[in-house]
Ligand binder design. Structure first.
Ligand code: UDP
Length: 413
């Protein structure tokens, strides 16, 4: 559902929308192509679903294309993902060949578009080598990295860096993700769409409906983590934290809601581990949701008392901002983009271990006024920092800088 950009004035203010039109004017008619590897599942798809139509409304010829390949391509790109986030991985020649071949095939199919576009924004490692296949590119190419590359497994970064170095600029979510690269690096944090089905206000009846739909007990305190089934999200750590917390809050119930991303081949294995760890505990609810279950995720986030995002690596973690927008404090892993959102002791708590998470769960559920106060602060913090309108403004500013040169830029020396 496209809300119409003017509707964002309700949340962000009219001036903000006028400013977006003003910034977009010199870019009118420019062809901007975003490329990633899935249309559904995960934060990048979530953002592009909203950002691309809004760029279109502002007069930009914005497109979104998706690279795909055989299973071995996704095994390779998942290994890149794991390796860039610091895990030791092995990549076979067959995997790398499939990766390069998928990029060659995509480049062949979209050559005219890629050669002529004013700006090409390539998201994450999956389509990164495309730049090597487009010899006569007219526009500026930007590599947008959404993952935590602060401590990459070196051989993996070394391989990817060869392609990334050829871009005109790169964008990271956090300063400490930046790398040694021969081009300007920009910091842009992701955002949530306050008018999307995932984040709009819901009626109390719709929120209540999630309890009966998923056999949850409205009388029991409920904690939630919404995440793809991925080891970096530490779902097993969440189950451990829940178990420790039940020693003090025996009536506690835990919901682990996840879905599939079509570019993630490891999801099933992690889901099996989660189900095994949950065992026959009737108060652990592992929900496998379809990728379009946005209102359900919204309802679950609103229905829970607090939200967990106990990741051990996290590029940003849209789920954190989503929960905070609903007035929920978040107990988040002390890592990556979560640190930007969870201001320790103010909008939630940062934790390093399941034991730490359990202590914070216990504290918040026993101190309801503190929980409510932190939830209010969390919502305000998202309004000020992580809404789509701010994200769009930063993209437009970057696009202007790239296409209109740096003659007017003030540089501090
Ligand atoms: N999400 C969802 N259903 C699920 C799991 C996740 O809709 O079952 C959404 C979630 O609400 C968020 C996005 O997928 O909007 C995940 O983004 P995030 O940045 O938290 O993590 P990523 O998956 O990109 O690592």
């Amino acid at each position: 559902m496209s809300a119409g950009i003017r509707r964002y004035a309700e949340v962000a203010g009219k001036d903000v929308i006028d400013h977006l039109y003003q910034l977009a004017k010199p870019l009118s008619g420019s062809r901007v192509v975003h490329i990633n590897s899935t249309r559904v599942g995960g934060g990048v798809a979530e953002i592009l679903t909203k950002l691309v139509p809004l760029m279109g409304e502002l007069g930009i010829d914005a497109r979104w294309e998706v690279i795909s390949g055989p299973d071995v391509f996704y095994q390779c790109t998942k290994a890149f993902h794991n390796g860039l986030q610091g895990g030791p991985v092995t990549m076979t020649n067959e995997m790398l060949q499939a990766y390069e071949d998928a990029n060659s095939a995509f480049a062949e199919e979209h050559r005219a578009l890629l050669e002529d576009a004013e700006i090409v924004i390539v998201h994450d490692p999956q389509p990164a080598p495309l730049i090597n296949r487009i010899g006569r590119r007219k526009g500026k190419w930007v590599w947008r990295c959404h993952i935590d590359v602060s401590r990459p497994h070196r051989p993996v970064w070394k391989y990817l860096r060869k392609a990334v170095s050829r871009y005109d600029a790169s964008i990271f979510s956090l300063a400490n993700f930046a790398q040694l690269l021969p081009h300007p690096q920009y910091l842009i944090t992701p955002s949530i769409d306050p008018l999307s089905e995932k984040n709009i206000p819901l009626s109390p009846a719709e929120v209540q409906a999630v309890f009966s739909r998923f056999n949850l007990d409205p009388q029991k305190p409920m904690i939630l983590q919404v995440s793809r089934f991925d080891r970096f999200k530490d779902p097993l750590g969440v189950i451990r934290a829940y178990r420790l917390a039940t020693r003090f809050i025996p009536s506690l119930q835990l919901v682990l809601a996840g879905g599939e991303a079509s570019d993630d081949p490891e999801g099933q294995a992690v889901l099996d581990e989660v189900r095994a760890a949950a065992g026959d505990d009737p108060d652990i609810h592992v929900l496998l949701l379809p990728s379009d279950a946005h209102r359900i995720v919204n309802g679950l986030q609103r229905a829970s008392d607090l939200v967990l995002q106990k990741s051990i690596r996290e590029g940003f973690g849209l789920t954190v901002a989503e929960a905070m927008w609903k007035g929920k404090p978040v107990i988040g892993g002390n890592t990556g983009g979560i640190i930007l959102q969870v201001i320790n002791h103010h909008t939630g708590f940062l934790v390093d271990t399941p034991e730490g998470a359990a202590l914070r769960i216990r504290y918040l559920l026993h101190n309801r006024s503190r929980l409510d106060e932190m939830g209010l602060k969390a919502k305000r913090f998202v309004r000020e920092n992580f809404l789509l309108t701010r994200h769009l403004r930063e993209y437009l500013t970057l696009m202007l800088a790239l296409t209109h040169g740096d003659g007017g830029r003030i540089t501090l020396t």
